[in-house]
Ligand binder design. Structure first.
Ligand code: HPA
Length: 246
């Protein structure tokens, strides 16, 4: 069994109900990760945890050092990564509070350092990325969800936007035409960097708002914050169950 790393997103600076056994800054050849790397223990099992927006949620999606984050996890022995992501819902059955385990993504981001294979060593590498998420890790999340009686959506396409602003209604219509069910800002380049480093990677997305134009009025930050808080307990229970099922 591999060592699990969790990349926490909005609303998750650590994982409640776990013991923090170690915390320290890791230096990588790509710079410093977003925060101290935590080693957590739950029911006799250890895991690592890294909050991608920093311990105080101060790093916006486009400014995250994704390469340092994935490298720090990799260097610490992590072999599989479950990433958390608060998202907007586009598909009809992806309303607020829905938990989803997407199986595809479309990358709309730009200007982010998005590869370790930048040609500096004289090698050109083209990696297969047909299935961006690990089928095994996805199924571990889905099985854990089923055991807990949670209604997880199995599959879906996550569109990754640049942020930090939310999208226009027109942009969301375009994403919908492209086949996106969810929209968030952080799954890329995180997912491809994990692939480049040989880590299994899956994403647990939780919907905190209807995407722009999908409900009457504006997307409200109060609503997003409230729904984040409402999702926390289910997400925590699911992660601990997935850890036990590893
Ligand atoms: N768009 C992009 N990212 C998000 C959203 C959204 O509506 N909600 C939470 N993260």
């Amino acid at each position: 069994m591999g060592l699990l790393g969790i990349i926490g997103g909005s609303g998750f600076a650590s994982l409640p109900d776990t013991e923090i056994v170690d915390r320290h800054w890791v230096d990588t050849s790509y710079g410093a990760p977003s925060a101290e790397l935590l080693t957590l223990r739950h029911a006799g099992q250890e895991l690592r945890f890294l909050p991608r927006h920093g311990a105080e949620h101060s790093i916006p999606p486009h400014a995250i050092n994704y390469r340092a984050n994935v490298q720090a996890l990799c260097d610490s022995g992590v072999t599989e990564v479950i990433a958390l992501g608060a998202v907007g819902g586009i598909a009809e059955d992806c309303g607020p509070l829905r938990l989803c385990v997407p199986d595809q993504l479309i990358d709309y981001t730009w200007g982010r350092a998005s590869t370790y294979f930048d040609g500096a060593d004289g090698d050109v590498v083209h990696l297969d990325f047909s299935a961006p998420f690990s089928a095994l890790l996805r199924s571990r999340l889905l099985v854990a969800g089923e055991a807990l009686g949670l209604r997880l959506r199995d599959g879906g396409t996550y569109g990754v936007t640049q942020g930090p602003r939310l999208e226009t209604a027109g942009e969301i219509r375009r994403l919908e035409r492209d086949g996106c069910d969810l929209v968030g800002m952080t799954a890329m380049p995180e997912a491809v960097l994990a692939r480049e480093r040989g880590l299994s990677y899956a994403l647990l997305a939780f919907v905190v708002n209807w995407a722009a134009g999908k409900s009457a009025g504006e997307v409200g930050m109060d609503e997003i914050r409230a729904n984040l808080a409402r999702c926390r307990d289910q997400v925590r229970r699911l992660l601990l169950a997935a850890l036990a099922g590893g």
